[in-house]
Design a protein around this ligand. Structure first.
Ligand SMILES: [Zn+2]
Length: 1038
């Protein structure tokens, strides 16, 4: 391979300056005797320069001795010091060496490895990666040969590597590059001056003697060794049990910046290249990668080498491989794409993967039709693994899912489990276009791919199950309401976030990126109308396929699509307001107060919506708001066309109004903002809901509930308004408004729990729930329902489930009796006759109400069942106990025994934290076990942040939320475990914990007192009304 590293001896002795001197001597023309005779003055000059050189060399030797003391290494002597995992000290030493070189002012004063981003002087075109995987000792060794194109002349090749033991490095000019040297025998070889890791930036640096020339091609060869990680990143291992035998598998997780842990590469999304991968391993395993196996050959020692077909151009973080002994089932699309589901052999044979296989086949067709761009690869594998840091990962052609998000046992799974699983699959398949095919240029725009995939979860699921009505309904509660809660905080951030440091990149994968991204895309799709939206997307995908794109590329394609139909809207100008500014506006609509205009004109104002009144100091934020307004009264509704609100206050002419007409904004909640009205209008809307709710759409009924509760929480509206509003719920027959209300009520439940007025609150909720709960009853468990959930009427089942959940969790006695009866029947008959859709509610209620034996029974069932969905809810039920001894036991068992899958440990801690009896326990446990948790989940920050958010979400007293406690605790963690301070504080900033602190501080001082007062008053009013007559009438409590 033309290795041409300098010999170890030469490099040890004053390599730095003397080698450069040697190089400059070679290129200098030889001085002849004639020259000396003729130009005697030159001789003198030459002698002087020789003396100078001797001095310089002496200084250089002195410097380089010190320099070598600092850990300078080379191919021979430096072995074993490479990578951050070795002695641990080498990284820091190598880092300090770089600084010294800069101080010397030589030509290496340019040190591109000091920048956190790659310089772009060279670009990879193709990777030839050959790996040998040793599953017996969990290591692998590799050789990568990277074809590079030089963009700017440079002596440095800087790429990423982390935790790799680099062995040999060589560089050669490619013969096809026009280099004459490359055509000579043994030619093309570039002398490597030195090579070293720079752990600070997870980089590896190759310094050459001569510059690479722009426009020419080179080949960088690196051989390396590494461990198959126990952490969930890079190339990592996990295990499962098959017929009482432990089996291992190894799989990759490269997103966002972990490809560098498996091979040296240019690990930024914009460095797209093609990849040819060979995997050599024990033949008892099979191996998978993005592409199908091209050729396979056995070795004499019982090993096999699989060579996979060359990939299209793609980013490093989408490369993937797996070594396992899974089996599969397959299907094929009409265009010939082979789809396989790989999983544990027992899961495959039970048919648990068939559902995912079935919907994936339909989804490929759906997306091909919608985007009008074919799926790019010949195959798509869905790999179900027992352990993974995310729900799933969209590696092109090899999607990896954690088992709970892809395996479905139709007989025991609830429809919500099925829905969740469906949406994960829909999400990952969408990424094959938005992500794999067209990739965001940089992580600041990660929302471009995540927002689209999240939005299409709803659109794609509607295609699969139109009756579920996901995009028009469920999107509102699960995405819009959810993210507006977070984005209304002073601690929120713009959806496009600047990120530079590697440690910050995980941070951008948060709910703001996913959910706000999806909500903004949905708003845009509604403003544009579906045909133009689709046209713009098609153009965007075609223009940037196999390449990268930034948000401006998308905006320009969408603007073009609009202009092609004569609609002159600058999408970029509009969307920049929504993506570059944090938060969202509250739009207040009222009838114009001037006498001449009030019958036809409305006044609209916008301001930045924020929960904390004390943080409302930034009045400069404004948005371009696409507002839809309806004007209605008891008998009719008239929908106005779109009104653009660009200024702080505007007047608009609409249809005729009188004193009995109400105004309703943001029709079907397609816009990403809240709407407020004057109190008279709220009163008219509430009256409308009590008298005839159907005249207002389901989406707007849910929207009014969510807006009212949140406007009140933030102080824009008196607390009596939302309470009055939900008084219509006994008349409500649709799932969505109930779901919106229960979400708001659980939020209040969290805050009021453990306060004196809790009973008052739960009584009020039970009163609203009772009649509809009794009317809907409990689901039957006849043969028609079981095993047939695909056909089930989703809306009815979900409403029934919601009401049972509200009734049981707020203490309805009949609900408790029914749950206890189901559990008793199960224990005595050993037959589980509980309908799948409500099993989680029944298990949890049973565990919390019944004695310790029930807990033991559920624990036993948790071990004996093999259905993943059932396992999940049994485990969650164990966290519902009121018995702190049992909760403690569960926490300890989860971390110390093999009984609880590693994947589920974090959920156990979070769920214990949700239990009022377990809150302090979970928080204490988290702090006590931080060391173990950090070692186990380490860099998989997503899990860590989920954990931190989870255990602190429900802490709600001043003592618990005292900021001093937090900072003291943070300090403690930093000191104890040397955690990157920025990482932890940034992590907390984006977590709901921050919200809790803000909310509780405000609420404890004023809000809660006022809230309690109104509540009592409201209850008394209702009692009086009921005592006096049968019908409750809405009168505003303001
Ligand atoms: Zn995603």
């Amino acid at each position: 391979m033309g290795l041409n590293d300098s010999s170890p001896g030469a490099m040890r002795n004053g390599r730095g300056l003397s080698d450069q001197w040697a190089e400059s001597v070679v290129v200098r023309p030889r001085t002849t005797e004639r020259h000396i005779t003729v130009h005697k003055r030159l001789v003198l000059g030459f002698a002087l320069s020789i003396i100078t050189l001797i001095i310089v060399t002496a200084v250089a030797v002195a410097l380089s001795v010190r320099f070598d003391d600092c850990g300078g290494r080379d191919r021979g002597g430096g072995r074993g010091e490479t990578g951050s995992r070795g002695s641990g000290g080498s990284g820091r030493l190598n880092g300090s060496r770089g600084e010294r070189m800069g101080d010397r002012g030589d030509e290496e004063v340019v040190q591109p490895w000091k920048n956190s981003r790659l310089s772009g002087s060279v670009r990879p075109r193709h990777y030839d990666l050959r790996l040998a995987v040793y599953m017996d000792n969990f290591t692998f060794s590799g050789e990568v040969s990277i074809e590079l194109e030089c963009i700017n002349a440079t002596r440095f090749i800087v790429l990423h590597a982390d935790r790799l033991e680099v062995d040999r490095v060589s560089v050669a000019a490619e013969s096809g590059a026009g280099s004459r040297a490359a055509n000579r025998p043994g030619g093309g070889v570039m002398r490597v001056h030195r090579h070293f890791p720079f752990p600070t930036n997870q980089m590896y640096v190759v310094v050459l003697h001569r510059e690479l020339k722009p426009g020419r091609l080179y080949r960088l060869n690196v051989s390396f060794d590494a461990a198959i990680e126990d952490e969930l990143l890079g190339f990592f291992r996990s295990s499962y049990t098959l017929q009482r035998e432990r089996r291992y598998l190894a799989v990759t997780q490269f997103s966002p910046i972990h490809a560098r842990k498996a091979f040296p590469c240019f690990d930024e999304p914009v460095y797209k290249a093609t990849f040819s991968l060979s995997l050599r391993h024990d033949s008892q395993y099979t191996s998978l990668s993005n592409m199908p196996v091209d050729s396979s050959w056995p070795d004499e020692d019982g090993w096999v080498t699989n060579r996979f077909a060359r990939t299209p151009r793609m980013s490093t973080y989408y490369l993937a491989w797996a070594v396992c002994n899974f089996t599969y089932r397959e299907t094929q699309t009409s265009s010939g794409v082979v789809i396989r589901l790989y999983a544990r052999p027992d899961a495959v044979s039970s048919g648990a993967g068939d559902y995912a296989l079935h919907i994936t086949k339909r989804l490929l067709g759906f997306y091909e039709d919608y985007f009008k761009v074919q799926y790019s690869l010949p195959k798509l594998d869905l790999l179900a693994v027992p352990k993974h840091p995310y729900a799933a990962m969209e590696n092109w052609g090899l999607n990896v899912f954690v088992e709970q998000k892809i395996l479905l046992d139709a007989d025991v799974s609830s429809s919500s489990y099925q829905m969740e699983l469906t949406m994960v699959v829909v999400h990952e398949i969408c990424h094959q276009w938005f992500g794999d095919l067209v990739t965001p240029v940089w992580w600041e725009d990660v929302w471009l791919k995540e927002g689209f995939a999240h939005f299409f979860e709803y659109v794609g699921t509607d295609f699969l199950f139109p009756k579920w009505n996901m995009e028009k309904q469920r999107f509102l509660t699960d995405v819009l309401h959810e993210v507006m809660l977070l984005d209304g905080l002073g601690s929120s951030h713009p959806i496009s976030q600047e990120v530079e440091q590697a440690a910050d990149i995980d941070r951008v994968f948060d709910w703001i990126a996913y959910k706000k991204g999806a909500a903004l895309i949905r708003m845009l799709a509604n403003v544009m109308g579906q045909p133009l939206f689709q046209k713009g997307l098609n153009d965007y995908l075609l223009s940037h396929m196999y390449s990268n794109a930034a948000r401006d590329n998308l905006w320009s394609k969408l603007t073009q699509a609009m202009r092609s139909e004569g609609r002159d809207i600058d999408i970029g100008e509009m969307m920049d307001r929504w993506t570059l500014q944090m938060g969202y506006p509250v739009v207040t609509i009222s009838k114009n107060q001037s006498e001449q205009l009030r019958t036809h004109y409305i006044t609209v104002t916008q301001e930045h919506f924020l929960y904390g009144e004390e943080v409302r100091n930034n009045l400069s934020l404004q948005w371009q708001v696409p507002l839809t307004v309806a004007v209605g009264n008891a008998s009719s509704v008239c929908l106005e066309s779109l009104i653009w609100i660009n200024n702080r206050t505007e007047s608009h002419r609409i249809g005729q109004m009188d004193d009995s007409t109400w105004l309703l904004g943001n029709i079907n909640q397609t816009g990403y903002f809240r709407v407020n009205y004057d109190l008279q209008n709220w009163k008219l809307l509430i009256q409308q809901l009590h008298n005839n709710p159907q005249i207002i759409s389901v989406g707007n009924r849910a929207g009014l509930i969510d807006d009212a509760f949140n406007l009140a929480r933030a102080g824009y509206l008196p607390q009596g308004v939302p309470l009055q509003l939900i008084g219509y719920l006994p008349e409500e027959t649709s799932f969505l408004p109930w779901h919106a209300a229960s979400r708001a009520l659980y939020q209040l439940d969290k805050l009021l729990d453990r306060t004196d007025d809790y009973r008052l609150f739960s009584d009020y909720v039970l009163k609203q729930v009772a009649s509809r709960y009794h009317q809907m009853g409990w689901p039957t468990n006849g043969p028609g329902t079981e095993g047939n959930i695909l056909q089930a009427s989703y809306q009815t089942e979900e409403l029934q489930r919601e009401l049972i959940m509200l009734a049981c969790s707020f203490g309805n006695k009949q609900c408790h009796r029914q749950a206890v009866a189901y559990i008793s029947d199960w224990i005595s008959s050993n037959k589980n006759r509980i309908p799948p859709n409500i099993r989680d509610i029944v298990y949890c209620t049973g565990v919390s109400l019944m004695d310790e034996d029930v807990w033991e029974f559920i624990w036993m069932k948790f071990h004996s069942t093999s259905a993943v969905s059932e396992k999940k809810i049994l485990l969650e039920a164990l966290t519902c106990s009121d018995n702190t001894f049992l909760l403690n036991r569960l926490l300890n068992l989860s971390l110390t025994s093999d009984l609880v899958p590693e994947q589920d440990v974090i959920d156990v801690i979070i769920h214990v934290g949700r239990n009022p009896q377990g809150r302090n326990l979970a928080w204490k446990y988290f702090r006590d076990k931080w060391e173990i948790l950090n070692a186990r989940y380490g860099e998989a920050l997503f899990m860590n942040s989920k954990l931190i958010g989870g255990v602190t979400e429900f802490l709600n007293t001043e003592r618990e939320l005292n900021e001093t406690t937090f900072s003291a605790d943070l300090q403690w963690k930093r000191n104890q475990y040397n955690i990157n301070a920025t990482t932890v504080s940034e992590l907390l900033k984006v977590q709901p914990i921050r919200m809790k602190v803000e909310q509780t501080r405000r609420r404890s001082s004023e809000g809660l007192e006022m809230f309690r007062g109104k509540w009592l008053f409201h209850r008394d009013t209702l009692r009086k009304q009921e005592a006096g007559g049968l019908k409750r009438t809405p009168g505003l409590l303001i």
